[in-house]
Design a protein around this ligand. Sequence first.
Ligand SMILES: Nc1ncnc2c1ncn2[C@@H]1O[C@H](COP(=O)(O)OP(=O)(O)OP(=O)(O)O)[C@@H](O)[C@H]1O
Ligand SMILES: [Mg+2]
Length: 241
Amino acid sequence: MAEPLLQLSGVHTHIGPYHILHGVDFSIPASQLTVLLGRNGAGKTTTLRTIMGLWQASSGMIRFDGRDITKTSTPDIARAGIGYVPESMAIFTDLTVRENIVLAARSGPVEPARLDWMLGLFPALKRFWNLPAGNLSGGQKQMLAIARAIAEPRRLLLIDEPTKGLAPVMVRSMIEAFKALKASGETILLVEQNFYAASALGDNVIVMDDGRIVHSGAMREMVEDKTLQQRLLGLSLDAHQ
Ligand SMILES: Nc1ncnc2c1ncn2[C@@H]1O[C@H](COP(=O)(O)OP(=O)(O)OP(=O)(O)O)[C@@H](O)[C@H]1O
Ligand SMILES: [Mg+2]
């Protein structure tokens, strides 16, 4: 089997005096979408922040593309090709959609073919191209945040709850956009509490509880196994019903 693109082994994270991650182990295969589930406070966001180096792992190892990035700085992790869309979308509300996207590409102008591809994924952004991003709806802001993360080619995308609080119609267009991202061969680690979206998109699923991984496997296996679903989704979704 090919080496996974990202691998966490025995990762512990402390935030101040609090011990949040208790030995997290999982791997992310290239060109697949892996969903990370878990109830509120399970440690999903802390896991993404630890991968990005925004929290420093207190022990354990994070390998990306064959390289140990456990102690690498956040800018260097970003430069190595990991894009991160945090829960609170990182967009500039006073700037236009266009300016948000232009500023997201650090290495120069966004390649025209790439821009066409991005606007094909999120057509609403084209409609509001010259409007301040603050005027967009919640779902459109979320789409802009994702578009900013892919303004440059990335090896891996970490995306935290993009459908949170969105109306069903917006959830459906988000699912379509992620399907297109998958079809382009992107590798994605997606925190997604909406099981409809998670099961429509995930190749693999990881479930966390209390700072630990309690399940990892194929999404299809979870979708087909109602007992497993009840056991794990009780854990992962009870706080979201
Ligand atoms: N800055 C912080 N200071 C102290 N504790 C924190 C901090 N950030 C997170 N925690 C704690 O770490 C635990 C995991 O939080 P985290 O945000 O990773 O959970 P989550 O799975 O993303 O939850 P949610 O579904 O609500 O987004 C929680 O108990 C939380 O209170
Ligand atoms: Mg979170």
